[in-house]
Design a protein around this ligand. Sequence first.
Ligand code: APR
Length: 419
Amino acid sequence: MIASLPFHTEDGEHNHIDVKRTSTKVTILGAGPAGLVLGLLLQKEGIDCIIVERQSRDYVESRARAGFIEHHIVKFMRKNGFSDGLDNKGVPHTICEFRHNGHSYEIPYGEVASGSHWVYPQQFVVQDFIQLFISRGGQILFSHPAVELKGLESSRPVVTCSSPISTNTLLEIECDYIAGCDGFHGISRSSIPQNKAKIFSKQYGIGWLAILAEVPSTMERIVYALHESGFAGQMPRTSEITRFYLECPPNDTASNWSDDRVWEELNKRLSIEGDENLVRGPLIEKRVLNMRSVVMEPMQFGKLFLAGDAAHIITPVGAKGMNLAIADSDALAKAIIHYYHNRDETLLNQYSTMRLPHIWKTQEFSDWMIRLIHNTVDSNENKYLAFSDRLRQARLERLQKNGSYATLFAEDYVGYFKP
Ligand code: APR
């Protein structure tokens, strides 16, 4: 249905906004891992939903981000028939390596925790999920940013989206529930009244220069180098691409890092005796990430439910962001499906309470790992740095010995989520 509503432009001229209206059961904001998994799970149960996405399909399908998938999430994807791409192109990992003061500490976490990680870049996950959702008849409105959420405490909330066709055309989607899967910068979180939720956050005062290089990885494992100049990480992505990280000040800028400086610093921080220099290749991405974590409680308000980065962000240490997003959507899908099968909102009402313990346990692990791999979290005064560096060494030695310390690490590292 199209309705034409008059409005005034800034120069006082009359103009018209065309408002197109439609309805569905669940409107999902965001076509990232959280929104797409939710859409696929609802679609499987025949529950009508529409996904609205601010960006174009090309943009979301080529956005390089996370790349590590926990083994429980892999099992979940297989169980639901979402894993063809991962099964063809993903690579399982069972060992990680820490480097410190010239020593290498290999941790066979897969053996200890009976599980593995899979390396499968997030943009491939997103491509697979979009293709699957659309091929099964699902509707994704790309380039349709949600601009307003109305009636969140009513029985039929409304999502207003702007349209790519014209700035004078809006789309209103009336629905039973809204799933805010629109990431950290989306509209969902800010649509919850401030006095109805609490935000917990932590700035670590650390930056990472995130680098994508067109070079094959020399290691089939993650390498965490704990160097006196700062942390460096090497994480395989595909046979052509490797992700690297370099610790830097949080207010640093990528323009301060010439390609030569990046390679020199990577070689200095990552190498141990006997290593050859890294093979250099084009750097296709350089951006500074600010290490911070945020959790919103509760993750719901009225008919709006948040999942993934919209509800919480976690530092990339430990590679948990995409895994948490998928686990949220699994829980939210179960609650929504339960409602439509039984007309019972009990699980929906419990959604936050069910998810938050897992989210906080994962935050605690990430916080622990941040302290392990950076020497500057608590203080950057020299006298304390020497002390905390010895503590890091003691932790690495404990991790290397099989025992409860190593088991706890391995279980946290491969993840807790059990679908
Ligand atoms: N309307 C519609 N879509 C929106 C809006 C909006 N107003 N604002 C943001 N979006 C879209 C973004 O363009 C993005 O595609 O929501 C999507 C959110 O996706 P992600 O940021 O990938 O978040 P999520 O699905 O929760 O996945 C979390 O992504 O950031 C990584 O490391 C993080 O791996 C984690 C994962």
